[in-house]
Design a binder for this molecule. Structure first.
Ligand code: ARG
Length: 471
């Protein structure tokens, strides 16, 4: 073993590992992020060894005190230097070497019956337990901002699009809430995952389990897990919780990318329904007039990177022989990267949505009477006409209006009657050309009428209530 490097293995080796293998193998730059979890893990492990009669009171005391000191030291160093300068290969070796310097030989008993395989799997799950809560909070904040805006802007009527072609007028709030509902499902999915995650692998050893009598349930409870893994080989080989999270992050990223795309399109000069704040826009080095939605573009692009991470980790796992293989070490790099990326994207989305301005006048200008063609067909349906026929009749009216160079509202009444005598009086027809009246027809659950939108807002607010302490 190199004198300057504390290594947890190597007793039967004559030579040092080559420099290039060390570089490929060393994971400290990534897993030092788990130092707190590693120390929590070690403290609980030492306690369990002690309670089960495998570690003296004195040694346990030295280990507990020593680990507290190690935690403080690492915390300070990370604050000062952003990274640890220790020569060891990973955070587990760093913690053990530092502990030995403080606690002496007691530290040599800490790893009793434990392997880095169950240790690192446990550390990662502990980290994820907090991380999933944090990221859930970020999703909740975005939902809250969307619901808040929807509440305030319920009077704003805007165009909706299918195929990015003008479709029907809707309340702007209805559009905002469509994303709030989408993101709510992300929260529900995350909660299911958090429950599955709460299964403790510690006590599984390298592969076969723990040779000393310990109480794994008590240990798991100390660490805040709900249950223990039922099979040691499964415990050290499974990274399914990471796969689940990466796929969850991809889907959430996809949702954000769609929101981003809508808000990018709506902020172009051609639409100009939305204006993004200075805080969430960027300029051009050449064109002084530019106000670019770079933040949203980065959010849109991030979805691709998140999907790539989920896919690449699946490729790492595919075909691995059972239990631990070093391929698994890349789990943390991908996990942290996706987590950080999605967290930033959620924050940018929340910031953008909460600070953008919506131009309600411009939203109305983007509407045109042709968007009421469906309402016109429904009007004929209410007068007894089968919908398919009504659809064709209104199509004929649109064709006629286009031939005369007018819109549906300006098409003279006699033209309507010529196309179909079942079009009623001029007054009845004119009454249809109101944006407000149009949206108010869509009053059944999930529609865009005021009461239906109010109902959505209420439901979402009530649902958010359970998290009111968190956000
Ligand atoms: N750094 C390793 C990882 O995260 C720790 C486990 C090492 N185990 C081993 N058998 N070499 O995967």
């Amino acid at each position: 073993m190199a004198a300057d490097r504390y290594q947890l293995w190597g007793g039967c080796f004559d030579e040092e590992p080559s420099g290039v293998l060390r570089r490929l193998n060393d994971s400290l730059a990534v897993d030092s992020r788990l130092y707190k979890e590693d120390i929590i893990n070690s403290k609980a492990w030492a306690n369990e060894l002690h309670i089960s009669g495998h570690l003296s009171n004195e040694d346990n005391h030295c280990i507990q005190k020593g680990l507290e000191q190690v935690e403080k030291d690492i915390e300070e160093e990370l604050l000062q230097n952003q990274r640890l300068k220790d020569p060891e290969e990973d955070i587990h070796s760093v913690v053990e070497r530092r502990l030995q310097q403080i606690a002496g030989d007691a530290a040599l008993r800490l790893h009793t019956a434990r392997s880095r395989n169950d240790q690192s799997a446990t550390d990662t799950k502990l980290w994820m337990t907090t991380a999933l809560q944090r990221i859930q909070l970020e999703v909740l904040k975005l939902i809250k901002v969307l619901v808040h805006r929807a509440d305030r802007e319920i009077d704003v009527i805007a165009p909706s699009y299918t195929h990015l072609q003008r479709a029907q007028p809707v309340r702007w709030s209805h559009f905002l809430l469509s994303y709030a509902w989408m993101l709510r499902e992300d929260v529900l999915r995350l909660e299911e995952q958090r429950d599955r995650l709460s299964t403790c692998p510690l006590g599984s050893g390298a592969v076969a389990g723990c040779a000393l009598q310990i109480n794994r349930e008590r240990l798991a409870e100390q660490l805040g897990f709900k249950r223990v893994t039922p099979n040691s080989m499964f415990a050290v080989s499974s990274r399914d919780h990471i796969v689940e999270f990466l796929n969850w992050a991809s889907l959430c990223g996809i949702h954000l990318s769609r929101l981003a795309e809508d808000l990018i399109v709506y902020s172009t000069q051609e639409f100009a329904i939305v204006r993004h704040s200075d805080q969430f826009s960027t300029g051009s080095s050449l064109m002084p007039q530019k106000r670019n939605p770079d933040g949203l573009e980065l959010v849109r692009g991030a979805a691709g990177l998140l999907m790539g991470d989920a896919f690449s980790f699946g490729c790492v796992l595919k075909g691995l022989p059972s239990t631990y293989n070093k391929d698994l070490q890349s789990d943390k790099e991908i996990l942290f990267r996706s987590y950080d990326r999605l967290t930033d994207c959620l924050k940018v989305a929340t910031g953008t949505v909460s600070t953008m301005q919506v131009d309600s006048k411009r939203a109305l200008e983007c509407l045109d009477p042709g968007m009421l063609a469906t309402d016109l067909a429904h009007y004929l349906v209410r007068r007894g006409m089968p919908f398919r026929r009504a659809h064709h009749v209104v199509g004929a009216a649109l064709r006629r209006a286009s031939a005369l160079g007018v819109d549906l509202q300006s098409l003279p009444h006699q033209e309507y009657v010529k196309i179909c005598p079942e079009f009623g009086s001029a007054e009845d027809l004119q009454a249809l050309f109101s944006w407000e009246a149009s949206v108010e027809q869509y009053s059944s659950t999930g529609g865009t009428a005021r009461l239906a939108v109010r109902d959505q807002i209420l439901q979402l607010k009530q649902w958010l209530q359970q998290y009111s302490n968190a956000c």
